[in-house]
Design a protein around this ligand. Structure first.
Ligand code: PML
Ligand code: MG
Ligand code: MG
Ligand code: MG
Length: 256
């Protein structure tokens, strides 16, 4: 599902043909059984219609039959750090990513993208050493798709998240996505700030680090946000995008 709103470019509002651009409101993806389809379409529609970013002009829901058998991917372990401000969050992210060898320039470029007022529908891809941004369509970004979770793993996860008193759907979906992304060999790390104005916990994730939740990564009421995938310099970008957008995966196995 993706939901968006059209906005006129400020300077063009009074002209005859104002140029419009799309604001991303909400997006969601999943792999489901036939019997779950109607329920999930309703749930996604509800989410789009009642979103804190406003009422969308367009809601597009696409259903695709998956013919391949999904690859199984392990779920990343979750930890939550203590953090009381966006400045502190930035400092911690710099520290953690520097420790795994990500240059400061690349982290700075990632923050520039994540805090830009023009949010993308998908994620940005940045090369680790040069900090260069490489995804072909910067307005759209890369949409991680075709990702689901095994029923039993989901049950255990939901129980664990209920005890943590967090927004179960938000964290579950982010964790599934981060686990798919981190499973790809060339991905060094992901940084995520939610673009929802009332959701202020973000995360960094990687196969080595796990899924590290960071409260107060942004202040309440801010509309910026997004995802950045930091990848090895020599990554085959087309192959990576094909994996992220097209390869069906199911998160399964133990949860630690
Ligand atoms: C989103 O809005 O899609 C990003 C959600 C990030 C969830 C972070 C967490 O609480 O673990
Ligand atoms: Mg989103
Ligand atoms: Mg989301
Ligand atoms: Mg959002």
């Amino acid at each position: 599902m993706r939901a968006s709103k059209n906005r006129s470019q400020k300077s063009e509002v009074r002209s005859q043909n104002p140029k419009t651009y799309e604001i991303h409101i909400s997006g969601a993806e999943g792999v489901y059984e036939d019997a779950e389809i109607l329920k999930i379409v309703k749930e996604y529609t509800n989410r789009a219609l009642n979103h804190p970013k406003g009422k969308p002009d367009n809601i597009v829901i696409t259903l695709e039959q998956i013919k391949q058998i999904p690859q199984k991917v392990p779920m990343l372990p979750v930890i939550t750090l203590k953090c009381n401000s966006p400045d502190k969050a930035k400092e911690m992210i710099f520290q953690i990513l520097s420790d795994i060898g990500v240059p400061a320039r690349t982290i700075k470029n990632s923050f520039k993208i994540l805090t830009s007022p023009r949010t993308m529908r998908g994620a940005a891809i940045i090369l680790k050493e040069s900090g260069v941004r490489v995804e072909p369509d910067r307005e759209r970004g890369v949409r991680v798709s075709r990702l689901g979770i095994e029923k039993n793993t989901e049950k255990i996860l939901v129980r664990k998240l209920s005890k943590m008193k967090v927004s179960i759907t938000t964290v579950k979906e982010a964790l599934i996505l981060a686990s798919k992304v981190a499973a790809y060999t060339d991905v060094i790390a992901e940084i995520c700030i939610s673009d929802d104005p009332d959701y202020t916990t973000g995360y960094i994730a990687s196969k080595r680090l796990g899924y590290i939740r960071i409260p107060n990564i942004k202040s309440h009421g801010q509309n910026y946000g997004g995802r950045v995938f930091i990848v090895r310099e020599n990554t085959n970008i087309n192959r990576l995008i094909k994996y992220l957008e097209k390869t069906p995966i199911i998160i399964s196995g133990d949860i630690n």
